[in-house]
Each structure stands twice: as C-alpha cells, then as structure tokens.
Ligand binder design. Structure first.
Ligand code: COA
Ligand code: ZN
Length: 316
C-alpha cells in the first residue's frame, strides 16, 4: 500500500471538546471504539481525553485507560488536554506524546475556566516546559499551546489583536511547540481569521500554527478557507460537530469533521481520510451517544453522485 499523503492535518477533538459538556458518561470501551474507528478512517491525530480533576468533569475519570488504549494504535498521534502542571505530570507518566495546554486570551474566561489569572497560566506553562526539559529527549512530549477565546469571548466580547499576539509571544518564548488559535465561542468571521492568523504567523516563525473553530454562528467552514489562504495546515474538528466549553456561556459545537474532510477533499487537498469510513465511524459513535444531537451536512446529504475522492484518485 502506498504511504498516505496529507496536505492538511485534521485532528479530532470531539472526545475532549465534545464530551466535556456531556453529562452522561460515555463508557470507556465506546470511547476506545470511536478512537480506533476514526484512526482506521485515516484521521492522523486524536485528542483523546482531558487531564482535569475527575471531580470537576467526571466524563474524564477514565483518562488513563483511554490514553493507554489509544497509545496502542499504530501511527496515531494521541494528544490530551492539560489545564495545569498537574495535568502535564499525569500525561507524562502515561507516556502521552502530545500535550495540549490552554490559556485564554480573555482574562475573564481564563479566570472562569482555570481559576487563575492569565499571567499565572503563562507561569504554569513555563513550569511545564521546564519539567519536560528534565526528561530524556526520547521521553519529551510535544507541547502545544492553545489560545482560547482568541477570536472573541462571551464575557468580554471583542478581543484585542495585540493581546492575542502578546499571549502567543509569551507562550512561544516559554517554548511552545505549536500555537492553536481557538474560536472557543464561535465569534469569528473570515476577515477576522485572516487578521488574527496573519499576526500570529508573523510571530510564530517556524513553530506550526493550528486553527480550532466552533461553528456556533455558521461561519466555521468559511473560517477554514480563510485560514487555508493564510497557509494554515492544521485543523481541529469533531465528529458530528460535538463540542463546547463548560465555562463559556453560549459555547456550542466544533466544525464538523465529516464536512471539513469533504470540503478539503473536494478542493483537492489530501487529508488521508476515507470519507465512507468516517461516516461509518459517526454512525457507530452516535449509537453510544443517543442523547446527543449530531450536526453535519455530509451525513445528511451524502457524497455527490459519482464523487471520486483524492484517496481513490491516488489509489487508482
Ligand atoms: N488532574 C487531576 N487533579 C487535579 C488536577 C489535574 N490536572 N489539577 C488539580 N487537581 C486536584 C488537586 O490535586 C486538588 O486535589 P485535592 O482537593 O484532593 O487536594 C484539587 O484538584 C484542586 O486543585 P487546585 O490546584 O486548587 O485546582 P483548582 O480548583 O484551582 O482548579 C483547574 C484549577 C485548572 C484544575 C480547574 O479549573 C480545571 O481543570 N479547569 C479546566 C476546565 C476545562 O476543562 N475547561 C474546558 C477545556 S478548555
Ligand atoms: Zn473548543
């Protein structure tokens, strides 16, 4: 079989962003089946859980088991969200190779979300990087830094571009391996995305910049095309468009993974994802989340008549 080619890296975040607001515990075996199936469909990276206190979000009480199971899947990049140093310690102990730290550009949201000032979050990030540096090279995880509410906040409204850039610079100076620009509450539009991405890319240098959009107001995929125009190659999305921050009023689902993969594929951009297998994964996943409404146009409408995906074209 030919090696999978990818122009764009799509990353599933539903198991974290989607499940964190879902009060019903999804059985660990169902989470692992979801991860396994989506990896099989060709999604190269999955944020499988969140290392938050289980008392705060009981959905993630099985974080260790989920990570251990996911880490057995060949070639899958397994990542997990961490809100603090303790979360990083838990991830490192389990051998998770990618940790996604989060800081909110909105100071109010940062306080609500992680119960401390934004500056304290930046200091904590420095402590995490220092901890990582004490590890032997082969054990060091990749440390991503998410800029939550970078495109708007339901507490503070508009977020100043200078604050986004300041946060990005602080995290880059501290040693972030990746910056993720997050539209946590779905306030962005393509013009804003262009302005913010341009500014962040200008300070990021060789460090990759990723996009994390929510489709709260229907601008999600339009924002993706704006980010693509800026040269962004890494996109978070969730199967069935699950998602939302429990500490941000009005937050709703991420952009829909199936729709994102279809749009990119139709544009001739290789994601390595088999759209049929992805839709099957959605179907299986939906059975164990029957109390959740899934979103998505591709699942509703199906593939266009005679559609040939980039994957099929590659294999032909
Ligand atoms: N994992 C597990 N337990 C943790 C933890 C972690 N990452 N961080 C802290 N704890 C434990 C502490 O050991 C302590 O336990 P104890 O009561 O048995 O002594 C308890 O939780 C409180 O610790 P503290 O440091 O005072 O935390 P806090 O109450 O100030 O909460 C956060 C801070 C960051 C842990 C919490 O606000 C959080 O997890 N926020 C993330 C919210 C989120 O997931 N948002 C959506 C994604 S962006
Ligand atoms: Zn999100």
């Amino acid at each position: 079989m030919s090696r999978i080619q990818r122009d764009i890296i799509v990353r599933e975040v539903g198991l974290r962003d989607g499940l964190q607001i879902h009060p019903t515990f999804m059985p660990t075996t169902d989470k692992l089946a979801w991860i396994q199936n989506e990896a099989q469909a060709g999604v190269p990276e999955i944020e499988v859980t969140s290392f938050v206190p289980p008392k705060l979000i009981p959905q993630f009480a099985d974080a260790s088991e989920v990570c251990q199971g996911a880490l057995e899947i060949q070639d899958l990049v397994v990542s997990a969200l961490i809100p603090n140093l303790k979360g990083a310690q838990r991830g490192i102990e389990l051998g998770v190779k990618k940790l996604n730290y989060v800081v909110s550009v909105s100071k109010t949201h940062n306080l609500k979300n992680v119960r401390r000032e934004r500056d304290a979050s930046i200091e904590d990030f420095k402590a995490i990087v220092n901890l990582i540096k004490t590890l032997p090279l082969e054990q060091r995880p990749f440390i991503g830094a998410g800029l939550s509410t970078a495109l708007g906040c339901s507490y503070e409204g508009k977020i100043a571009l200078s604050e986004v850039v300041l946060c990005a610079e602080q995290l880059l100076d501290a040693g972030a391996d990746e910056i993720v620009v997050c539209d946590t509450v779905g306030y962005a539009d393509p013009a804003l995305v262009r302005a913010v991405m341009k500014a962040v890319l200008a300070v990021a240098g060789h460090v990759p910049v990723a996009a994390h959009f929510h489709d709260t107001r229907g601008t999600g995929l339009a924002n993706v095309t704006a980010a693509l125009d800026c040269g962004i190659k890494y996109f978070d999305a969730s199967l069935g468009g699950l998602g939302g921050c429990p500490f941000a009023p009005g937050a709703s689902g991420n952009i829909v993974m199936e729709d994102l993969c279809f749009m990119l594929d139709a544009m001739g951009l290789k994601t390595g994802v088999n759209l049929d297998l992805l839709l099957k994964t959605r179907e299986t996943m939906s059975k164990s989340l029957s109390d959740l409404k899934l979103h998505g146009a591709l699942a509703r409408a199906g593939l266009p008549n005679g559609y040939v995906s980039t994957l099929q074209a590659q294999e032909a």
